[in-house]
Design a protein around this ligand. Structure first.
Ligand SMILES: [Zn+2]
Length: 488
């Protein structure tokens, strides 16, 4: 028998955590999770409390299978270790390396840094969440992260490995961030499967491969799919072209270019495009500064894993033109280095954290240039309500940064074409490729669990998948904490 409990990403987009209980023929139980991420988005008053709550007994948990290293998929693992989890954590090698960076960062910032930055909390609610943290302490600390790292066992895509004598796991490239995986779980004695999409990537993203279609699992009974963009299709415009236009106009008027960026994936993608444009002679060769210690660490992981690259970057490397290594690209480590780049006359590009401008080194640079109409601020990611980034996008005349008010004169742009997630068309294609291989799916249809989405996204995906596959699939939108029996 196999049951699943939906402990996160159910009717919301973060906190991904599935708790599975497998009962073997001899009656023994094996308990494992797929992902254990942090809740980051929502209007609930008390994120700290939600993240602290574990719905099962952590010491009895035998294993965790991790799809990828984003905080909303790995951020609660050190908490489980802190609460007595002593089993193994299975992931790809790149996921392990990036998860270490992400979890260490989270251990320093719970309540006000990365977590608050990615929430849609209003100022008032954020203040109360922070107050609670101060009273109750941190969710976990760096020691818990170190203990967590000892539990990792890594596997390449398409390795078939056992997590229990009768349960086999296989990773497929999910094309979302470096090392990200979709997961096929197989009961060896019967051959039946359940499949988790993880987060699925957008096609044609630089550096990494496109999401892999999963086929040849005719005994699939359940599919757990993300639906982050289940109700829409991405525009076809290329972000590289927009970057080129904005950078050229700004350089022509001798301004600076500021790009606040998330550290995992987006910063590396932006560097890739900018360096490629410089090498192609489409923008001027001006200094590029990466001013985010976390993004620099992730960049090193990306550089260490050329085996995961797509065709395009591989051919550039063959021609000695790796867009992630460039003489004009400087990595700034210290605060002094960060301060030293402002005030010069020449144009430059500054990529700095944090992504939503709620903290981090971008604030110092922004204070320097926010009243300069010659400079440009390029927003390349999602800006939650209540963040400085959102206030700038809403074109308030004056904005407050670190207690000081500034006239908003810098030209600001939002490039919407960056997305790390598959759109509706791609999600439907991914799920359809699994269903296509299930014989007589219309008589005994597999169930698709609609995860990682809110009402509009889930309903949009549901409508489209039924339009495409009709009665060949059942769909179900589970509630938080609901338990469902998958296999008898
Ligand atoms: Zn993700």
């Amino acid at each position: 028998m196999l049951t699943v409990q939906f402990c996160g990403a159910a009717r919301t987009v973060t906190g991904s955590q599935y708790y599975l209980e497998y009962t073997a023929e001899n009656g023994s139980k094996f308990r494992f999770c797929v992902d254990s991420g942090m809740f980051q988005v929502g209007n609930r008053l008390n994120l700290f409390k939600i993240n602290s709550r574990v719905l099962f007994e952590a010491p009895k948990l035998d294993a965790i299978v991790l799809t990828h290293a984003h905080l909303d998929h790995c951020g609660r693992i050190p908490l489980l270790v802190n609460k007595g989890f002593g089993g193994r954590i299975y992931s790809t090698e790149a996921t392990k390396e990036i998860a270490e960076i992400v979890m260490h960062d989270a251990s320093r910032h719970i309540g006000e840094g990365e977590m608050a930055e990615l929430t849609e909390l209003t100022g008032e609610i954020r203040a109360s969440a922070t107050k609670l943290n101060e009273r109750t302490g941190k969710l976990y600390d760096s020691h818990d992260v170190e203990q967590t790292m000892l539990r990792f066992r890594t596997h390449e895509y398409h390795d078939k490995f056992k997590i229990h004598p009768n349960i086999q796991v296989e990773f497929f490239d999910a094309g979302h961030i470096l090392g990200s995986a979709s997961v096929v779980i197989t009961e060896i004695s019967t051959g039946r499967n359940i499949i988790f999409s993880g987060d699925l990537g957008n096609i044609d993203k630089p550096i990494i491969q496109d999401p892999e279609m999963i086929c040849c699992f005719p005994k699939t009974t359940h599919i757990f799919t993300e639906t982050t963009y289940g109700d829409r299709n991405h525009p076809v415009l290329k972000p590289k072209q927009r970057l080129r236009e904005i950078i050229n106009t700004t350089v022509a008027r001798k301004g600076k270019i500021l790009i606040p960026s998330f550290s995992v994936e987006r910063a590396q993608e932006v560097i890739y495009h900018i360096v490629s444009l410089m090498r192609e002679g489409k923008i001027k060769n001006i200094p590029i500064y990466l001013d985010s210690p976390m993004a620099s660490k992730v960049l090193n992981v990306v550089l260490d894993h050329p085996e995961l690259y797509d065709k395009e970057i591989k051919s550039k490397i063959k021609n000695r033109a790796n867009p992630l290594i460039y003489k004009k690209l400087s990595i700034l480590e210290t605060v002094d280095q960060s301060k030293s780049i402002n005030g010069h006359k020449r144009s430059c590009i500054i990529i700095a954290g944090s992504g939503m401008m709620n903290g981090g080194r971008i604030l110092k640079h922004l204070q320097f240039y926010i009243e300069d109409p010659k400079s440009s601020l390029i927003i390349v990611g999602y800006m939650a309500k209540g963040t400085l980034g959102r206030r700038i996008l809403e074109s308030e005349e004056e904005v407050e940064i670190e207690g000081k008010f500034h006239k908003l004169a810098i030209e600001h742009h939002k490039i919407n074409e960056f997305s790390a997630h598959a759109d509706q068309k791609q999600l439907v294609k991914w799920a359809s490729s699994i269903v296509r291989d299930i014989p007589k799916a219309d008589q005994n249809p597999p169930t698709i669990f609609l995860m990682h989405g809110e009402t509009d996204q889930v309903q949009g995906f549901k409508k489209e998948i039924h339009a495409r596959l009709g009665a060949k699939v059942k769909t179900y939108w589970p509630h938080f904490s609901e338990i469902v029996e998958l296999w008898k």
